[in-house]
Design a protein around this ligand. Structure first.
Ligand code: GLN
Ligand code: ZN
Length: 766
């Protein structure tokens, strides 16, 4: 290709659920038996069609296919490649749809695939399970059918498939397979199956196929890059195939860029937003891309802010000389953003003008394509409107609260350090609390019963008033406390019954945060969340948790923990503003939370927990960026928690941890006590911390709350004994892995009774 044709607009994927989450309703109805398989298929086909037509109407020239999913696109890839685990084969053979859902959710008889986070997003995928004996066989029926559906609408369509390197890198050894088995060793077995997939898609009418390789934006070894080169040499060398577009997103390609550039694929799709902006400079050095199609991801596909169209046009213009053909897209699939800002009638029009969901982003892509092809004059009106919206945002009082700004600017190093060293603090805390060795506690929430959910729904619908709602919450807190006293726990919690969600609850009470009405994004399967938006400068108009904490503490002599969500987690589960560094937003949130911590202390709280379950989740994909992130991430935790006296005990909690990465970070948070997920890894965390000489209190979970299973007392005793081999009894806490909100009361009662019983048994042996 050396003559450039007009730029085309495209996207890699679109929200799947439907404007009103029709897909969720249909799938859950199917599970319950109230929706037939045919009705589900029809709903799904209708949603796909509506999405494609919407995209075409909004000016997208080339639509994606195969991105639709009943549950997860990585699971779809496992089906496409025939990588069905042994334990699910019978179900899949009996009925492919039910078998598919059995892989996703398990059945009475078989466990589901494991689920984990898709890179650093809040989307979760089903982890492929592979072993040396895995055989792959192509089942292209879904991909082919969906391509045909789009082609039949008269659209230009491009199937999107997870690429072989990423698929294998995302996989894990199947149960029973040696844990050191590397799925990437299956590359030579999987490539012929990809070849079949490509041939089938070509036969079905695909001109191009997109192979997604986001795993290449992480640090990859020389071997992995060699295998990447080999994979694309093989696929590129096939004769019976469509043209290949290899897509990456979420960060820069780094050393993988020249590998892909040199490979015989016809196109690359590259992210030029956020941490991936560096791809632009890297591309200058690559002569091979000059003969390829380059799909430029200039519209951020994972935030909800309008694009700076002028800046994107400049990027596109720079790219023009660097590639054979430049097309325009979002940086990644629009799966990560909600449908349509227009549905948000509760948002002030000025603020709405700063927001872009999937529909608005599609329109931006179309506008940029036009401006890029025909010149800025062709989109003068849109550029003006865009400039006006950006100006309104940067000049708004909402984004420039002078009090907040002054306060952040005045933060000193001393503000993020406790007044006394740990040894002094722990002595003062022990004098105040008088806790036994191996103190017992829980992570915060107790079961969110149907009564509680109903009460919340009743309040929203006006069936009960605030006073009646509060009464129900009060009763629940009393019951939770009475149970904990009876069970013999040492440090109690109020159970968080008033909280719908650990981030939303605070977002609703902080100024500068925006809640959406319809801003659903897929978390996993049929679970959707509505992340709140950090839209302006953050401040706390009044205390958020003191009232219920004080209410709880009145009911008992034992200490009740104050319970807050930490600043990094507040950011991680929200849409974060992009007009200032994340660290700046985090500092604003931290100062608001610091006031809350101090108010809890003033109200009498002797123990305050600040949860940071997401610290590990938002770890940058590139190792080189991690130190800077952990530095501000731990600083804002300290800023939140350092305003208290020495005798106030600060706890933190983290889940889903792989401690190798964040051991130092845990140390830098300087929390007096950290409760951590550990039950399934048999206290490994305790040993890692012990080996590293971790100096403070730690509660490695002894009760796996991800399962309804009740751990027996002897099992907990043995975990505690293991823990004691690494951490002395003065500093070893006894607690579950995480909050109990998803569990049922019967199993929680028994489990906590056993947990306290085990702590008592082990104390007697000391
Ligand atoms: N305090 C929260 C709870 O118990 C912590 C939840 C979490 O770590 N995800 O629910
Ligand atoms: Zn947790």
């Amino acid at each position: 290709m050396n003559t450039q044709s007009a730029a085309r607009s495209t996207v890699y994927g679109y929200p799947r659920q439907g404007q009103n989450r029709e897909l969720k309703k249909a799938i859950e109805g199917y599970w319950k038996g109230t929706v037939s398989a045919d009705a589900l298929r029809q709903t799904a086909a209708g949603l796909r069609k509506a999405n494609w037509q919407q995209l075409a109407a909004d000016g997208i020239d080339e639509v994606p296919t195969g991105d639709f999913s009943y549950y997860d696109h990585v699971l779809d890839t496992s089906v496409l490649l025939g990588a069905i685990p042994e334990r699910h084969r019978a179900a899949v053979a009996a009925d492919p749809l039910d078998g598919y859902f059995a892989m996703a959710r398990g059945t009475q008889e078989v466990a589901p695939l494991e689920m984990t986070k898709w890179f650093d997003t809040n989307y979760h995928y089903m982890v492929p399970e592979l072993g040396p004996d895995t055989t792959f066989t192509a089942d292209t029926s879904k991909q082919v059918a969906e391509l045909r559906e789009a082609l039949d609408l008269g659209l230009t369509a491009r199937p999107v498939v997870v690429g072989p390197i990423t698929y294998l890198l995302l996989a894990k050894p199947a149960p029973g397979v040696d844990e050191h088995f590397e799925p990437l060793s299956l590359l030579d077995k999987i490539l012929p199956v990809y070849a079949e997939v490509l041939a089938d898609l070509r036969a079905a009418g695909a001109q191009w196929v997109q192979l997604d390789e986001p795993a290449l934006v992480q640090d990859r070894s020389a071997d992995e890059l060699d295998l990447t080169a080999r994979a694309y040499a093989v696929l590129g060398g096939l004769t019976d195939r469509p043209r290949l577009l290899v897509a990456s997103y979420f960060d820069r390609l780094g050393k993988a860029l020249p590998v892909l550039a040199k490979s015989p694929v016809e196109g690359l799709a590259i992210d030029f937003t956020g941490p991936a902006e560096g791809n632009l400079d890297d591309l200058v050095a690559s002569s091979e891309v000059r003969s390829k199609r380059l799909v430029a991801g200039v519209v951020n596909g994972r935030n909800i802010w309008i694009n700076d169209l002028t800046k994107s046009l400049a990027t596109l213009t720079r790219l023009r000389s660097l590639a054979g053909q430049v097309d325009v897209s979002a940086s990644c699939s629009l799966l990560h953003v909600p449908y349509d800002v227009a549905a948000e009638d509760g948002v002030a029009p000025e603020v709405a003008s700063w927001l872009a969901f999937a529909r608005q982003k599609s329109a931006e892509i179309a506008t940029l394509t036009l401006g890029f092809t025909e010149g800025a004059e062709a989109i003068a009106e849109q550029l003006n409107a865009n400039r006006a919206a950006l100006d309104s945002r940067s000049g708004s009082a909402l984004t420039n609260n002078p009090d907040v700004r002054a306060r952040v600017a005045a933060v000193t190093e001393a503000d993020s350090h406790r007044s006394a060293p740990y040894a002094e603090r722990s002595a003062a805390q022990q004098a105040r609390l008088g806790l036994p060795l191996l103190p017992t506690t829980t992570v915060g929430s107790f079961p969110q019963t149907t009564e509680l959910r109903t009460a919340r729904a009743d309040l929203r619908a006006g069936r009960i008033d605030a006073a009646q709602y509060d009464e129900r919450i009060g009763t629940e807190i009393q019951e939770v406390l009475a149970f904990q006293e009876k069970a013999g726990l040492d440090v109690l919690v109020h159970g968080e019954p008033e909280r719908n969600d650990m981030v939303q609850y605070f977002a609703e009470q902080l100024d500068g945060y925006l809640a959406t009405q319809h801003g659903w994004v897929q978390s996993y399967g049929t679970r959707y969340v509505r992340p709140p938006v950090l839209v302006g400068d953050i401040s706390r108009p009044e205390p958020m948790t003191v009232r219920w904490w004080a209410y709880a503490q009145l009911q008992t002599e034992r200490p009740v923990k104050g319970m807050l969500t930490g600043p990094v987690t507040m950011l991680a589960w929200s849409f974060v503003r992009d007009d200032q560094p994340r660290s700046e937003t985090a500092r604003q949130v931290a100062l608001a939370l610091r006031d809350e911590v101090n108010d809890l202390e003033a109200a009498g709280a002797a123990v305050i927990q600040v949860d940071e379950p997401a610290l590990r989740e938002t770890l940058p994909l590139r190792r080189a960026d991690r130190a800077a992130y952990l530095s501000w991430g731990t600083e804002v935790f300290r800023l939140t928690t350092s305003g208290v006296r020495a005798d106030t005990q600060i706890h933190t909690h983290m889940c889903y941890v792989e401690f190798g990465d964040i051991l130092n970070a845990l140390d830098e948070m300087e929390a007096d006590v950290a409760s951590l997920e550990a039950a399934r890894s048999h206290m490994q965390v305790a040993h890692e911390l012990g080996d590293a000489g971790y100096p403070r209190g730690v509660g490695p979970g002894v009760y796996d709350i991800h399962s309804p299973r009740v751990p027996g007392t002897p099992e907990v005793v043995s975990l505690l004994q293991k823990g004691l081999a690494a951490i002395p009894a003065e500093r070893l806490w006894v607690n579950p892995d995480c909050g109990l909100k998803t569990r049922g009361w019967p199993e929680v009662r028994d489990s906590l009774d056993n947990l306290v019983g085990a702590a008592r048994t082990v104390r007697e042996q000391l």
